[in-house]
Design a protein around this ligand. Structure first.
Ligand code: GTP
Length: 368
């Protein structure tokens, strides 16, 4: 492919992923043994893209420190905003990285998808588009940007988060774009601008906004249930029939590992533990005797005692869970939380970082 560059929007606050996004950007959330940004970059690398710019602000040092200057053959540069400039402002800020009349690919940093980049680029060029938006079909488009299409390619109208009655179609903005540098002409510099609300409608009215219908897998990990679904899908691609186990991990021979499953490095799995399916476990994790973990994501440095049961939850970094603890579906446990022996957490409870939980929690909601 002619050398197309990638631009990754990495500076959002991830409010819908609190409390775990309070201490790390969404791009550093783990999925199946890697971080979100590493999956995006290796997808770019597989498509022959070897240069990417990361538009960062919030906690950007963490992303820069994590990735450095190169990942999987993709050379990385950083475009740093001192104030969040919104999706449009962040794209404009990166203008200096591109030549005049260059096409480039933009990714929202919270989307997992497998776009046919070459095919979209070819269509974008033959349409003489200013921007081509990858589109995904959903049943409820009301949380997304929705398009009205002419002959299934030209976008006549782009409406951000319409009511169901006002949604012109079920095709939504999938958060992946091919842009020509002419897009920059539609964005005022140094201002907070939304590409979805302020820019796409204007390009649509000039007749130069196009769409590409994408029918592959797509997840917006901006919400916890989608984050866990993305984790399961990627796990089934990489460890469908065999657990993926990183170096230095010790597993007692009586443990039952049910794929798909990824087990981070230097972890300890004790006797009669059952892990899986659909479990991602980070580095330096300890799972005590007879505990069971399924459909869950455990960040690094988690310690779980004996006879505990975690089902369908996301467990933050450094969490300590005692013996005989029950954690049910859709719970999210913030970093460094301590949960005492015998505690049971019912469905859909979120616990803020550094809390100590000593008794059962029965009501769904946030514990601050
Ligand atoms: P929520 O607060 O949960 O809505 O998440 P978010 O702040 O990440 O917003 P949203 O999901 O709409 O953002 C889409 C993409 O744009 C994500 O990859 C964000 O990281 C990114 N993004 C959003 N706002 C900014 C910004 O001001 N600057 C930069 N560089 N990226 C942004």
């Amino acid at each position: 492919m002619s050398q197309i560059k990638g631009l990754i929007l990495a500076g959002g606050f991830g409010t819908r992923l609190r409390p775990l996004s309070c201490s790390r950007p969404k791009l550093l959330f783990p999925i199946a043994g890697r971080t979100m940004i590493e999956w995006i970059l290796s997808g770019l690398s597989e498509n022959g893209v070897n240069m990417a710019i990361l538009a960062t602000n919030h906690m950007s040092d963490a992303v820069r420190k994590h990735l450095g200057r190169k990942f999987d053959g993709v050379k990385l540069s950083y475009s740093l905003e001192y104030e969040p400039l919104g999706t449009g402002g962040a794209i404009k800020k990166a203008e200096k990285f591109f030549k005049k009349n260059e096409d480039f690919i933009v990714f929202n940093g919270d989307i997992i998808s497998f776009p046919p980049i070459r095919e979209i680029l070819n269509k974008h060029v033959s349409n003489k588009a200013i921007t081509t938006i990858m589109l995904h079909k959903v049943k409820d488009p009301t949380h997304f940007g929705v398009v009205e299409l002419e002959k299934s390619t030209r976008i006549l109208n782009f409406i951000e988060k319409p009511s169901l009655e006002n949604a012109p179609s079920m095709w939504i903005n999938a958060g992946v774009y091919i842009m020509n540098t002419k897009t920059f002409d539609y964005i005022v510099p140094n201002k907070k601008i939304s590409i979805e609300r302020d820019v796409f409608p204007k390009i649509a009215s000039s007749g130069k906004l196009f769409g590409h219908k994408y029918r592959g897998e797509w997840f917006d990990i901006g919400r916890f249930n989608e984050y866990r679904k993305a984790n399961s899908t990627i796990l089934s691609r990489i460890s469908k029939s065999k657990p993926m186990i990183f170096k230095g991990t010790k597993i007692n021979e009586s443990a039952d590992l049910i794929p798909p499953l990824s087990l981070g490095s230097d972890s300890i799995i004790r006797s009669n533990v059952i892990i899986g399916p659909n479990v991602s476990i980070g580095k330096h994790v300890v799972i005590g005797e007879q505990s069971k973990i399924s459909n869950s994501i455990l960040f690094d440095h988690v310690i779980i005692g004996r006879n505990s049961n975690v089902r369908g939850a996301v467990i933050g970094e450094g969490v300590v869970i005692g013996n005989r603890v029950r954690i049910q579906k859709d719970c999210v446990i913030g970093d460094q939380v301590y949960i005492s022996d015998n505690v049971a957490l019912k469905n859909n409870i979120q616990i803020c970082p550094h809390k100590e939980i000593k008794s059962n929690l029965d009501n769904e909601g946030v514990v601050v």
